[in-house]
Design a protein. Sequence first.
Length: 371
Amino acid sequence: MGYTIGYPFLGGTEKDLQLDFTKMTLDEIEMRAPRLPAEWALQSGVQLTWPHAKTDWAYLLDEVVHCFASIAREIAAREKLLIVTPEPENVKKQISATVNMDNVRFAMCATNDTWARDHGAITLLNSDGATLLDFTFNGWGLKFAADQDNQITHNLVKAKALNGRYANRLGFVLEGGSIESDGMGTLLTTSECLLSPNRNGQLNKKDIEEYLCSTFHLQRVLWLDNGYLSGDDTDSHIDTLARFCSPDTIAYVQCTDPEDEHYDALHLMEEQLKTFRTLKDTPYRLLPLPMPNAVVIDGERLPATYANFLIMNETVLYPTYGQPENDARAHEVLQTAFPKHEIIGIDCQVLIRQHGSLHCVTMQYPAGVIA
């Protein structure tokens, strides 16, 4: 049976692509329109925005630098690593003994904080190259200062640290951690985040969906209406809850303890995920990730999640939390989701002290983008 997808071309018209799913699978389909690639698309490398004494990490600086160095080591062993920092010489001293420096690029830039996922460029791909979309980052709905972080993407393109056409989208607030792409025209997101009044409060859901579909050349947006993590500053970023692992597979956080404060919301999220259909009109293969045991510091529960993993070309880096049984179970689930990838755990207990994790501090760029 055929399946028709309309997609826009640079000339401004739309054509229909008749897909015969009896002869090809979704991941064999070449999407020629400007498209938002999936995270597993071929990458040139990954950006880290490095912690320093003028960030919120000051009181944990040695610990968080050790964590960042571990992430840097694994990235640079396989791909290019772009480090954004106001202190490149200092960072070189911190990592040169353990990181493959041949793969490291530095961009000197003032920064407020370290969450590259949310202030980094979001890349569109077309047959003639990449377009680097620069959205406004406003500190997750005006919660934190972001004036310097909001200039990073423009500065990186201006300094030619990133290759591609710069696209000013600063009239719209959007963080990379709030959206998931299957690379085929489907976007997964959460209502809680994208409908936050301190982001694009002048727009309603219909307006926002139309903007996303137009900007990213989407076929559809899947909205998750439930799910949260205690201690999360992002208003339920999708990358803390549910992630595309392939066009037909979603890994998600599952809570099985009825006494846990997250149980009701995550159960409703799970039930909604079961209703979603792929572009082939089949249910998604759903892979439940374990819920970490509660991590509480100074009376506050922190948003530990195994959904905050980074997909690289042949590797998946995932956060661990010093919980051997849960850490191992998460590894097992991710190996099922990515059978051809090496799955590597990185201790991210320090990262959740500032309410984020591994995916939050990284931004991958497609092939050819990192100079």
